[in-house]
Write a protein that binds this ligand. Structure first.
Ligand SMILES: [Zn+2]
Length: 421
């Protein structure tokens, strides 16, 4: 287990040299064509020649071969009929979305979400459940495995066409062993290797990724960060985390802990955080922390799930509490902005529904606390994928490897063989 997949997914130019290089030129060519097609929704033949650096005749031969295997399709594309009237047929080339699939799973502190995504990353099946996950690893993993079966049954997708499972999980993930760290983050999961457990339950290759990193990958590939090489995804949920994409690569860190913005110190004499430190951002700005603040003031239980309704009703206490949370987040984000110089901050997670109420304090925090020259160049926008960002990014780490798998054996799927154990 590693995050190389995520790295590759966002790297601009794949390298054919080095360890693991394909053994023959035809495979190299297939890989270039499949990667180019994977990076764009559809493209023209001349553009594909430019992107791959291959000869036109080679590209034509490879397209014919990949079309025969059912991996690539040609059509006239948007405006095609008009182009045809001029006597020059427009041939748009794209991957066949239904040629292969990946399962995405998103395992949060209080929810489980599973999606079956096609080769283009589009979910064709999706299901979410509220669950208490932190102390129930076995039940949670059983639930995910059951949902995978249900997804295949309800969509009639052959198991053989599924390249694997990517699971985003609300915990740091050791990039070498795939085991979960940070014992106080998900207490019941310490020492569990969810990738191995899910593979055993489903018979599918499984990769594990930290959920904020999955969200960052999804917004980078399919959402607000498309085409951006330097961005930070900030997820404001029960856990506050960030996924950092720098120069097109996801920063993971030695122990999978890079981007744990929720545990930056926010107030010096604050509450004890579940990580063991005191006054972390999460203790003042997470939805449960905001709800707790209101509960103390009102003398009754307030659930974090009630916050959107209270905000929509314009409750003054809730508005103030969320604004203050935004100020705290803004100050922490300002540090990331100064350190990583991103051009884009994408904000997702439960509190993103607060809209400008949370975005404006974040922008203000950046203007006030980040290095001015760096602050000037950064834009803060809402995520485009909502609460499906993590699940789509988790599937995305599997799909990022699809070109390599399909280039190595393009006939596997057409013969109904499983590409992966
Ligand atoms: Zn903490």
């Amino acid at each position: 287990m590693s995050h190389d997949a995520g790295d590759r997914a966002v790297r601009e130019e794949p390298s054919e040299a080095g360890a693991g290089a394909p053994p023959n030129l035809r495979e190299v060519g297939r890989l270039r064509v499949l990667r180019a097609l994977h990076e764009t929704e559809r493209t023209s033949r001349p553009e594909l020649v430019r992107m791959t650096g291959l000869a036109r005749a080679t590209v034509t031969a490879l397209i014919a071969e990949l079309t025969e295997f059912g991996l690539v399709q040609e059509d006239d594309g948007p405006g095609g009929s008009e182009t045809r009237r001029t006597g020059r047929p427009a041939q748009w080339i794209s991957l066949v979305p239904s040629a292969a699939y990946a399962v995405g799973a998103d395992i949060g502190h209080h929810h489980v979400r599973v999606a079956l995504c096609d080769l283009s990353g589009t979910p064709v099946w999706h299901h979410a459940e509220t669950r208490e996950v932190d102390h129930a690893p076995d039940e949670t993993l059983d639930l995910v495995a059951g949902l995978v079966d249900r997804a295949l049954e309800e969509t009639a997708v052959d198991r053989e066409r599924v390249l694997g499972i990517g699971a985003g999980i609300a915990s740091p993930v050791d990039k070498v062993t795939g085991s979960l760290g940070g014992e106080s983050i998900m207490p019941g999961w310490l020492g569990i290797r969810p990738g191995i457990e899910l593979a055993r339950r489903t018979g599918m290759t499984t990769q594990i990724i930290n959920d904020a990193n999955a969200g960052a990958l999804a917004e980078r590939l399919y959402g607000a960060g498309r085409g951006t090489a330097d961005m930070v995804y900030v997820r404001l949920s029960a856990g506050i985390g960030a996924g950092i994409v720098s120069d097109g690569r996801l920063l993971v860190g030695a122990g999978g802990l890079a981007g744990e913005i929720g545990h930056l110190p926010s107030v010096s004499d604050g509450l004890i955080c579940r990580c063991g430190n005191r006054g972390c951002l999460e203790t003042v700005a997470s939805p449960p922390a905001v709800a707790q603040l209101l509960a103390t003031s009102w003398g009754k239980h307030v659930a974090a799930a009630e916050l959107p309704r209270l905000l929509a009703a314009g409750d003054p206490g809730t508005v103030r509490a969320v604004e203050d949370a935004g100020v705290a987040v803004g100050r922490a984000v300002a540090s990331l902005v100064t350190l990583f110089n991103p051009e884009l901050i994408v904000v997702g997670g439960d509190l993103a529904v607060a809209g400008e109420l949370i975005f404006e304090p974040i922008r203000h925090g950046i203007r006030r606390y980040a290095l001015p020259a760096v602050a000037k160049r950064v834009t803060v926008v809402p995520g485009e994928l909502g609460d499906r960002a993590e699940v789509r990014g988790a599937a995305g780490i599997v799909l990022a490897q699809a070109p390599r798998s399909l280039a190595a054996d393009p006939s596997a799927l057409s013969h109904g063989q499983a590409l992966f154990g």
